[in-house]
Write a new protein. Sequence first.
Length: 284
Amino acid sequence: MSFNFPLLLVIAVAVCGALALFDLVFLAPRRRAAIASYQGKVEQPDEAVVEKLNKEPLLVEYGKSFFPVLAIVLVLRSFLVEPFQIPSGSMIPTLEVGDFILVNKFAYGIRLPVLDTKVIEVGDPQRGDVMVFRYPSDPNVNYIKRVIGLPGDHVRYSSDKHLFVNGKPIAEQLIGEEPGSLGSATLYSERLGDMEHRIRKEMNRYRAEPGKEWTIPEGHYFMMGDNRDNSNDSRYWNDPNIPKDVLGMVPDRNIVGKAFAIWMSWPDPKFSHLPNFSRVGLIH
């Protein structure tokens, strides 16, 4: 069951803020007036009575207590940094299942929470960036892939599993077999622009028609996982509700942010394995 956490957070901040404001404008003056009236009627006011008259309603007390905390969380999560956990192996070897990552929310522009409307231009995704975005077929689901094609680019993925952008092959260098793969998987170092990273291929596995080509429309991006043969990405998306000219593309409005760091890994919490910090570092 999915739910809109940003919307719930905004509602919680609004409710707590409204309670705090209502207390400030209406209830607090009444408490002060009641205390002043009581103190004017007795020579030695009873502190217990004063404390009772000054006591905030329980709902107001909770609202005022939670408001600053929730407001800070909202600002940090909406405009600065948001944490995510990697649920699948589509970005192996760059990201492993269970990695906890941090996503820069302002790298590609400041957006309003919930509405996701860009209000301040900051920058655009660059080829090679690892980007979190809302899956075009189900915006309630977040995906993470690498930016391969920018608006106006022509992308081709050949039958021998080589990547071409604007007619030029993307440089890659063989590293060797993946440890423990028994020859079924091979690791390569790939360079996209100034970005160098590792990718994984299974040369005997084919999921889609080889040699496909795509032209990236304005305001859209072509995404691929580093685990090239185990990634549900722009090469494979098929949704009859999405126009064919943008099928497989990620629109700018779906962008969440740029993944930049791993801060913890916890691959198997169900079996009491402790989280570890051996993979902490920047994402390339």
